[in-house]
Design a protein around this ligand. Structure first.
Ligand code: AMP
Length: 283
């Protein structure tokens, strides 16, 4: 595995590989790798000749009061994990390689960015995501890029950018990887102390309770949400949001007929965590 820090060098390696007809898979990450990330890497490894993992804690997607400074960083550990999964290139640029002096362009996606995390964290968040992902696509020129369904709204934002800007990349969304007790894996779980770690299990338990009510035939959004709310209340969690939205458009859903995204975000101890389930229209 090569660790590469410059755009020019990644470009050279990829250009040469593509010249030989090599397929390229990209897994964008902010590092602090866990099994969730590694599931994306494995999928990329199965489907491509050349696998590039990017490791970049993207400052533009963090708000002023968010955890950019505290975000867990351990490049040496990440490099070991990536290497063990057969990654070919770990692209770990410094901030000024991605945002040099004079950088002035932002990719702003309307619509799907305006709700859920876009409303809760502010529009800067998905502007930062869309901008850095577009840059990574331009730098690596992957055939396929892999994203986790854990960040369901991010997947929709990235798909929108790809469609609207005619980017020649296929987006593959991979299922959420969870701890044994159901907590969605996240780099931010390291912020949880013992009590908060226990409390955090309520997020997926709440989504489970709502999913079960949906599977039992309930279609009224309020009733489904109520099942989740009861679990969160019981755990003393006051979510930033707990919402049902159309799984493709993120339009609000009052009655669940098609596929719906049931999404939650909450501060638990020192971490802000997100999780979601898809309620299938045919369930
Ligand atoms: P991050 O490093 O948090 O930006 O995540 C990088 C990628 O890994 C994103 O596409 C995430 O959606 C994905 N990811 C993070 N956690 C999980 C998880 N628990 N299961 C599946 N994918 C995940």
């Amino acid at each position: 595995m090569r660790i590469i820090r410059t755009i020019a060098e990644v470009r050279d390696v990829v250009r040469e590989a593509k010249h030989r007809g090599t397929s390229v898979g990209l897994v964008p990450t902010m590092g602090a790798l866990h099994e969730g990330h590694l599931s994306l890497v494995r999928r990329a490894r199965e489907q491509n000749d050349l696998v590039v993992v990017s490791l970049f804690v993207n400052p533009t997607q963090f708000g002023a009061n968010e955890d950019l400074g505290a975000y867990p960083r351990d490049e040496a550990r990440d490099a070991c994990l990536a290497e063990a999964e057969g990654v070919d290139i770990l692209f770990a640029p410094p901030v000024d390689e991605i945002y040099p002096d004079g950088f002035a362009t932002t990719i702003h996606v309307a619509g799907v960015t305006e709700v859920l995390d876009g409303a809760s964290r502010g529009t800067h968040h998905f502007d930062g995501v869309a901008t850095v992902v577009t840059k990574l696509f331009g730098i690596v020129r992957p055939d396929v890029a892999y994203f986790g369904q854990k960040d369901a709204q991010q997947v929709l934002v990235v798909r929108r950018v790809v469609r609207d800007l005619d980017l020649d990349v296929r987006i593959e969304a991979c299922p959420i990887v969870r701890e044994a007790d159901g907590l969605a894996m996240s780099s931010r779980n390291v912020y949880l102390d013992v009590a908060a770690r226990e409390q955090a299990t309520a997020l997926n338990r709440a989504l489970d309770a709502a999913s079960a009510r949906h599977r039992a035939g309930e279609r009224e959004g309020e009733q489904i949400l109520e099942a989740a709310r009861a679990v969160l209340d019981d755990a003393g969690i006051h979510p930033d949001y707990l919402e049902l939205r159309d799984a493709e458009t993120l339009a609000p859903v009052a009655r669940v007929e098609g596929d719906a995204l049931l999404a939650v975000a909450a501060r638990v101890g020192a971490a802000r965590l997100i999780d979601n389930h898809i309620l299938r229209g045919d369930a």
